[in-house]
Design a protein around this ligand. Structure first.
Ligand code: GP9
Ligand code: MN
Length: 716
């Protein structure tokens, strides 16, 4: 005991005590107050060790101070600041399910306003734990159990301590990157940075990014928009009159097909159709199906796809725009445009946590009215896979919310089961025989795609039986590839290509994803137009009867006679109707003929060489323009006429059920929801699913409808 007393009465000993206390209370907060989605033992280990390194580095600062008293005061102040940061995060998380960022701290008054009177409601009974350490330290000091060490510290010891912290941090970062490659490069989710590297690192990382962003933004001026607007004027493609307004006033349902590639359409494996339902939809006379449609995402994958569809601008050359800029950029996005122009109610349904890809912040800035993330779905031990709820469960349970939305609605469903590593539990497979390629990701990809297809059939059946179908335009698209280039040679034989003959051109063909627009009465067919995700927004807005001339959108309507058929990839490669232009490892263009896949020697073909250079300039200019608009946040300087800038502060996704009920009550007889139109009767019993968890029926969602009803009755 005396030995402990002796150690704690040395500066290093006292510092170790503080690190220990800070560590313990951070771990308590991790497990009691944050939901960080820790799944395997390694993740638990990383979570447990992650507060230590930065605590050592920060507290070691005090060791450099010679004067003992000052040193003790400094270490105390750092400790208090760290404790405030931790508790601040706990309170903030309870309200926003997010962590304190540079901007939230800088605008602390705004946050406390946002928290409003609820701030005190956020305090919970177990919070005294977070003050216990102060009591312990006070007692130890007052009873002189710990004495202040008056001797100055050797510089070497201080330096060694800081280095120990840095070493621990490098170790932490290395195992974190092993468990979650590209953790910082792609920044999927703020919660991931906390989970792997801790609150301090998150704040430091966020601060660096914010300062960098602000730097770029501060250089921007309103007149920077002039170039953008004149470019857009030339880029504009006017709508095709035979499609313009064909979906006016209809609900728009967008189904995001995770990792779904075009080659799956009409494909057969072991004599079985992989996606029979999507095939039937693809060939339906009321479906406009595109067979030369490409994904155009960068590192932001799903979030880049969403970004292009919602905003008509590209993602960033590195990282995810959602994560990097989405919290504070100004958007003129689909939900706001549709809401303001045609009175649409907008909603996203997704079975993963809301903070993934920073969606919870981005959607607010885009003007989404509702966001039903995983917290709005019933969860059991096996209802979720790595990236969230299984599609059948997410889609079927969504019905209880969908039927409450005021019509017309713009509703986006983000599926997730067909995501790498494509592992489908046996009980979710209806007997589909996976191929046997020797590569399990390739084999399993067909299983999860088949599962997704089944889930969509159930969803469409519900849309039809509930009548929603008759009044809706349904849009389906694949967000990006599922099988990467390194897996493609294993896939090649299934596509009738010898793995040894597989080329970069073949890889580029694998970037085709489905894009289908289905609506009763729509003149459909297989459309061979070349296009990509950037072109979806103007296409949809024109179908909805909204003039896009004044919006800043870089794609063009796929149905327009003036549509520009150059598909731009985020890495500056591109595809025209006749040629595919890819860069080799030295950055020189490799040109392939689309029809045959054969490579053309540009030196033998100077006319084509010139054309390629011209196209390349067009591609580079467009991407550069998109990056300028996004990085400089230029849309804050430009408001299209008749458009009201979105105010994210008016938006919260915490109480969606109450919001639905309140809106329904306020509107009374004017309520246009499917539920109201069905004489206040739920349609959820029309949803049939064979999801094994539900034994064939969705009685659980009926009970949800009654909750909605109860809230309704009690609010009267
Ligand atoms: C997770 C999902 C996956 O919420 O959208 O994103 P991805 O890994 O495909 O970019
Ligand atoms: Mn995705």
């Amino acid at each position: 005991m005396n030995k402990l007393k002796y150690i704690l009465s040395k500066r290093l000993g006292f510092m170790s005590l503080l690190i220990f206390l800070l560590w313990i209370k951070t771990i308590i907060a991790y497990y009691l107050d944050f939901s960080l989605g820790v799944s395997d033992p390694l993740q638990h280990l990383i979570l447990i060790i992650n507060p230590i390194a930065t605590a050592v580095i920060l507290l070691s600062i005090a060791l450099y101070i010679n004067r003992s008293k000052v040193s003790y005061i400094v270490i105390g102040v750092i400790y208090i600041l760290e404790s405030i940061l931790l508790y601040g995060n706990i309170l903030y998380y309870r309200e926003f399910s997010d962590f304190l960022s540079f901007n939230t701290i800088a605008g602390a008054t705004k946050v406390s306003k946002g928290l409003g009177s609820s701030a005190t409601n956020l305090i919970q009974s177990h919070d005294f734990i977070y003050d216990l350490d102060f009591i312990i330290i006070a007692i130890l000091l007052l009873t002189h159990y710990i004495k202040i060490d008056p001797r100055p510290m050797r510089k070497l010891t201080a330096i060694a301590t800081t280095f120990l912290g840095i070493f621990l941090f490098s170790f932490n970062l290395t195992i974190a990157e092993c468990n979650r490659p590209q953790l910082l490069g792609r920044t999927f989710d703020r919660a991931y940075i906390v989970k792997y590297l801790g609150l301090n690192t998150f704040l430091a990382y966020d601060s660096i990014k914010t300062v960098q962003n602000n730097q770029v933004r501060s250089e921007a001026v309103g007149t920077d928009m002039d170039d953008v607007l004149s470019y857009l004027n030339q880029n504009y493609a006017k709508p095709n009159p035979s499609y313009y307004g064909k979906a006016k006033g209809k609900n728009i349902i967008v189904i995001h097909l995770e990792s779904f590639q075009q080659f799956l359409i009409n494909d057969k494996v072991n004599g079985q159709e992989v996606t029979p339902f999507l095939n039937s939809l693809y060939n339906d006379k009321n479906t406009m199906s595109f067979d030369n449609f490409y994904h155009e995402v960068g590192q932001g994958k799903t979030s880049d796809a969403e970004n292009m569809l919602e905003t008509g601008l590209f993602g960033l050359p590195e990282g995810s725009l959602f994560s990097k800029l989405g919290s504070d950029n100004t958007f003129q996005a689909a939900p706001a445009i549709l809401g303001q122009k045609e009175g649409y109610t907008s909603a996203v349904f997704h079975g993963n946590i809301g903070s993934f890809w920073n969606r919870d912040n981005v959607y607010k800035n885009m003007g989404y009215n509702y966001f039903f993330d995983s917290s709005y779905f019933n969860k059991t031990a096996d209802s979720s896979l790595e990236y969230g709820m299984k599609d059948k469960l997410m889609l079927s349970e969504s019905a209880k919310y969908l039927e409450q939305l005021q019509q017309p609605f713009y509703a986006k469903f983000i599926t997730v089961t067909n995501h790498y590593p494509f592992e489908l539990p046996d009980e979710d497979n209806d007997g589909f025989q996976a191929p046997d390629t020797g590569n399990s990701a390739v084999n399993n990809y067909f299983l999860t795609a088949h599962y997704l297809d089944n889930a969509l059939k159930e969803f469409f059946d519900y849309l039809k039986s509930s009548g929603i179908y008759d009044n809706s335009m349904i849009v389906l698209y694949g967000d990006h590839y599922g099988l990467s280039n390194s897996q493609n040679p294993d896939l090649a034989p299934l596509l009738g290509v010898d793995a040894n003959d597989w080329t970069d051109f073949n890889n580029s063909q694998m970037q085709k994803v489905p894009f289908m627009v289905h609506m009763k009465g729509l003149k459909g067919g297989i459309n061979h137009t070349y296009g990509g995700e950037i072109d979806v927004l103007p296409t949809l807005l024109h179908l909805a009867g909204i003039n896009t001339k004044q919006y800043v959108e870089l794609g063009t309507d796929l149905l327009s006679k003036e549509h520009k058929q150059i598909v731009i990839f985020r890495n500056k490669n591109f595809i025209t109707p006749n040629y595919t232009v890819l860069k080799d490892s030295d950055g020189n263009p490799e040109v392939f003929k689309n029809k045959t896949g054969e490579q053309i020697d540009l030196d033998q073909n100077p006319v084509l060489k010139q054309k390629v250079a011209k196209w390349q300039k067009y591609v580079n200019d467009k991407l550069k323009l998109s990056d300028t608009i996004n990085n400089k946040n230029l849309l804050r300087f430009y408001t299209p006429s008749g458009f009201t800038p979105v105010d994210p502060k008016n938006q919260s996704y915490q109480n969606e059920i109450q919001k639905l009920v309140q809106t329904r009550d306020q509107l009374g007889l004017k309520s246009t929801s499917v539920y109201s139109q069905n004489n206040d009767k739920s349609t959820t019993d029309l949803y049939n699913t064979d999801a094994p968890e539900l034994n064939g029926d969705r009685t659980d969602i009926d009970s949800w409808s009654s909750i909605l009803k109860d809230t309704n009755d009690s609010s009267k």
